[in-house]
Design a protein around this ligand. Structure first.
Ligand SMILES: *[C@@H]1O[C@H](CO)[C@@H](O)[C@H](O)[C@H]1NC(C)=O
Ligand SMILES: *[C@@H]1O[C@H](CO)[C@@H](O)[C@H](O)[C@H]1NC(C)=O
Ligand SMILES: *[C@@H]1O[C@H](CO)[C@@H](O)[C@H](O)[C@H]1NC(C)=O
Ligand SMILES: *[C@@H]1O[C@H](CO)[C@@H](O)[C@H](O)[C@H]1NC(C)=O
Ligand SMILES: *[C@@H]1O[C@H](CO)[C@@H](O)[C@H](O)[C@H]1NC(C)=O
Ligand SMILES: CC(=O)N[C@H]1CO[C@H](CO)[C@@H](O)[C@@H]1O
Length: 843
């Protein structure tokens, strides 16, 4: 089977080859061939394709008058230059000379012809399929070229079975990265995969989401458009109109007229033209003819800075042109080389006398006719492409250098099999004028692009580099300086390209038609809001939640909440501050009068703990101001609760101690002594406070209060609050405080008939009642009211409780200390105790 298949392929190739050769004499202009130890084949489009449908099986005659292609000519010279430079070099391939065979590949047929001619064996003119490639060698060791994707696909397919290295300088299509189909293909131009990414980034950086897409017939344009459509759509960009310029398009024909008409109707400001140079020229001549002006055109790398397009008459008026271009590079010495070629060729004999009919792939009549003044201009576009040719030749030379095991002085001249060279080329990694040359696994180079803008300000067309994109980084990064762009129109501003303008606040999108970029704006319903992150990612479903206006209200609601709280509590916090000052006053007075009987009767050092705990409790109330944060949510309730618990513990134990001293010290002296010796009072305060602290810690750990936004309670209001307000933890702590209050109450009540100086039952009962009442009011209120003033009510209750405790216990003592020093002495206290004992004895 395999044998027959090979035989058939061989037969076919043989026929094709014969057909090509028998028809033409093979003559060549000077400069197309150079003998050498190892030959390279080069394929360059020195002439433009004859864009007509062929009817006869003939290879296109490239060397037609008026079809000379300056760009291809520069690339052709770049290859010759590179080979000569390598030959001159003593470091690279010493003692080895490279040669070449160059072909003009102006059309598909001439391209196939050139490829087969190189592959054919010299004696038999056969191209034979190989059973085993190990010992296969051919006239040339590698191919450089051909110029575009469409030609390259053919050549790469023909060379693939021979594993003959093919390095293209201009074929950028993604499909050529498929190594299963094109195993021997490499390139020095970055893959379109990156170009498409850069274009989408460019569109995104200006917010253009409503675009038209034009491609050219052939793999380059059609695959580019497809990839662009996929990526752009995935990024939320809408393609309003998409079309392909057909192969046979002519300026002014019906097809182009219709395309222009539909393009104008699509009403997109931005049009991406992913096209090769030839069809881009036809397209833009049609654009000029149709007066399509005021647009932004995004150019693909093949035409973005090509003078072939910019010389179309009237193209200045089409609008702004931005584009992606291969990074600007120079081949030093190329211009001088071309000049010396012109001088050398001038006197060379012409291969075909003028007027006689003679054609082959290796003729260039125009190349002889140049003078140093009339030679084609070497512009930036051709220079960048020439650099890619230069790079390709150097990559082959470096591969060969490695394969032949060259040292710095000498090389061994062994046979070179293409498959071995291919392996070596994949491995090359060298610096060429400070630029790293290397290939990835798909044979693609590390790619960098320039972003350019056309500039018509001078007498002639130029372009300005406005930024760059680096595809060697992943993801691709774009960096552009927008101020460098001269926009069309008077305002010099980046135009918009959207189908519908963004909705106003409080409105949401309702998509009209099939594009999500086209929508109407409807007011949001109450109780819903727009999730902005969803809109940005391109989705447009109406969101559940609150409207934009509600979101606005949320902010104002927050404002009001804070404001109200502040208004209400300006006075409260003033009182609070006063409280603070007042608390400092008793602190000072108690400290100063620490050893006076009033302070000792009030508990002595215990007073400081009580004042401190009250102060901590009041501090916690500051946590109710403003938007709740994690810290305030965590601290505000537990801190208050703990402070109050310590205060109550102290109060309880003090009342209890007075009762013990006056009532039990005589009746149960043993208990009294144990109590006094073991510092029962201190122990009780510590134990009780520790219990409360543990309750609070459990509360925080299990029912952690966190800041939250409550959307459900009110349709037009968002409540900023802490979670777990009435959790079990809170209730536990509250219960503990209630128990402490009751015991304080009980102890105070027991001591209601103690001497007047020690009797504070009335005051304590007053403050506890105040506290009970305020909490009852608070809980009643919170059960029927859930609004914005609830935290204020909580604060109020807390403040009342603390103030009650403070004023009930400390204020009377301060009064005595400061205003009635006559009552604050031992004599007075002894007198009253005496009075008490007398009374209790008499009863
Ligand atoms: C190569 O060397 C020759 C002779 O030394 C010189 O004339 C020519 O310009 C050199 N070519 C290049 C490309 O360096
Ligand atoms: C390739 O050539 C070498 C020497 O010329 C020979 O030894 C070897 O057998 C050949 N291999 C094949 C597969 O023909
Ligand atoms: C284009 O504009 C020119 C001058 O403004 C005008 O003469 C010509 O008729 C227009 N062509 C079309 C197709 O509208
Ligand atoms: C951008 O371009 C403007 C005009 O050429 C220049 O003044 C400015 O410095 C550039 N900005 C940056 C960040 O390069
Ligand atoms: C908004 O949408 C994003 C993405 O779908 C989601 O992660 C986020 O939670 C949403 N925000 C609101 C407030 O619903
Ligand atoms: C070093 C070397 O081989 N140089 C040769 C390179 O090729 C030119 C012809 O272009 C020869 O003249 C050199 O001798």
């Amino acid at each position: 089977m395999f044998f027959w298949a090979t035989y058939l392929v061989s037969l076919q190739l043989h026929i094709a080859y014969c057909w090509a050769f028998s028809c033409y004499k093979t003559e060549s202009s000077p400069g197309f061939t150079l003998p050498g130890d190892y030959l390279l084949a080069g394929q360059f489009a020195l002439h433009a394709d004859c864009l007509q449908v062929r009817h006869r099986p003939q290879v296109t005659q490239c060397d037609r008058p008026g079809s000379f292609n300056g760009h291809g000519y520069h690339l052709f010279q770049a290859m010759r230059f590179s080979v000569e430079e390598i030959n001159n070099s003593t470091a690279l391939l010493p003692t080895i000379s490279l040669g070449y065979e160059l072909y003009d590949v102006c059309s598909e047929s001439s391209n196939v012809y050139a490829t087969l001619r190189v592959l054919a064996e010299q004696e038999t003119s056969h191209v034979e399929m190989q059973r085993d490639l190990h010992n296969y060698s051919s006239k040339v060791v590698a191919f450089i070229g051909p110029d575009n994707t469409d030609h390259t696909v053919t050549t790469a397919a023909l060379l693939g079975p021979f594993l003959m290295p093919l390095i293209s300088y201009e074929a950028s299509s993604v499909m050529l990265s498929t190594k299963r189909q094109y195993p021997s293909f490499l390139r020095t131009i970055p893959s379109d995969k990156y170009q498409v990414e850069v274009m989408v980034l460019l569109l995104q950086s200006f917010g253009w989401v409503w675009i038209s897409l034009i491609g050219s017939y052939g793999d380059y344009g059609q695959l580019g458009v497809r990839a662009l459509e996929e990526l752009a759509t995935a990024q939320g960009i809408c393609i309003a109109f998409k079309d392909i310029v057909p192969f046979s398009a002519q300026v002014g024909d019906l097809g182009m007229q219709q395309m222009m008409h539909r393009l104008a109707q699509a009403r997109t400001t931005v049009i991406v033209v992913f096209s090769n140079r030839h069809l881009a020229r036809v397209f833009f001549r049609s654009v000029v003819l149709a007066n399509l002006t005021g647009k932004v055109w995004i150019a693909s790398e093949d035409w973005s800075i090509s003078t072939y397009i910019t010389e179309v008459p009237g193209i200045q008026d089409i609008g702004t042109v931005l584009g992606v271009a291969i990074k600007q590079r120079l081949v030093p010495g190329l211009k001088e080389f071309e000049e010396s070629y012109i001088k050398a060729v001038k006197d060379a004999p012409r291969p075909c006398p003028e007027g006689s009919w003679c054609s082959s792939n290796q003729l260039c009549t125009e190349c002889h006719a140049f003078t140093t003044h009339s030679m084609p201009m070497l512009g930036a576009f051709s220079m960048s492409a020439a650099y890619n040719v230069y790079k390709a030749v150097y990559a082959v030379a470096h591969g060969l250098h490695q394969l032949l095991g060259c040292t710095s002085e000498t090389c061994s001249k062994g046979p070179v099999y293409p498959w071995q060279l291919l392996q070596q080329i994949y491995k090359v990694n060298f610096l060429l004028h400070k630029d790293t040359v290397a290939f990835d696994d798909s044979g693609d180079p590390l790619g960098d692009y320039d972003i350019i803008a056309w500039d018509w300000n001078g007498p002639q067309w130029t372009f300005e580099v406005i930024g760059s994109a680096s595809a060697s980084l992943s993801p691709v990064q774009l960096d552009i300086n927008k101020t460098k762009i001269q926009w069309h129109g008077k305002k010099n501003q980046a135009p918009e390209s959207v189908c519908s303008r963004d909705c106003l606040e409080g409105h949401h999108r309702v998509v009209v038609g099939s594009h999500h970029c086209c929508f109407e704006c409807m007011p949001c319903e109450a109780g819903t809001f727009l999730n902005k992150s969803v809109i940005q990612s391109g989705e447009q479903r109406a969101q559940q939640g609150l409207t934009d206006s509600a979101e606005e209200k949320e902010e104002s609601g927050l404002g009001i909440l804070e404001l109200d709280a502040q208004q209400i509590f300006t006075s409260a916090s003033l009182a609070e501050k006063k409280n603070g000052h007042l608390r400092e006053a008793p602190l000072a007075s108690h400290a100063r009068h620490l050893h006076t009987p009033v302070v000792r009767s009030a508990g002595g050092r215990l007073c400081f703990l009580m004042l401190g705990s009250l102060a901590a409790g009041s501090c916690s109330l500051y946590g109710f101001f403003g938007e709740p944060t994690e810290l305030t949510c965590l601290l505000r309730q537990p801190l208050f609760s703990l402070g109050f618990a310590i205060f109550l513990s102290c109060l309880t134990i003090r009342s209890f101690q007075l009762v013990i001293i006056f009532k039990f010290s005589t009746k149960v002296p043993a208990f009294y002594h144990t109590w006094a010796q073991n510092h029962g009072a201190g122990l009780f305060v510590i134990v009780s406070s520790t219990i409360h602290l543990l309750v609070c810690l459990i509360w925080l750990a299990v029912w952690t209060p966190l800041p939250t936004r409550e959307y459900q309670r009110f349709p037009h209001l968002v409540i900023l609050e802490c979670t777990e307000i009435n959790s079990v933890g809170f209730l536990l702590a509250f219960t503990h405080n209630t128990l402490l209050s009751i015991s304080t109450f009980a102890c105070s009540y027991l001591g209601k008939e103690l001497p007047e100086n020690y009797n504070e039952a009335k005051c304590v009962i007053f403050s506890l009642l105040l506290s009970f009442i305020s909490w009852i009011v608070f809980f009643t209120m919170s059960s029927i009211y859930q609004g914005r003033y609830l935290p204020a009510a909580y604060m109020m209750a807390g403040l009342t409780t603390l103030s009650g405790g403070f004023s009930g216990y400390f204020l009377p003592k301060c009064y005595v200390i400061l205003c009635r020093p006559d009552l604050n002495n031992k004599e007075h206290f002894q007198a009253s105790i005496l009075d008490y004992t007398r009374r209790s004895v008499s009863t």
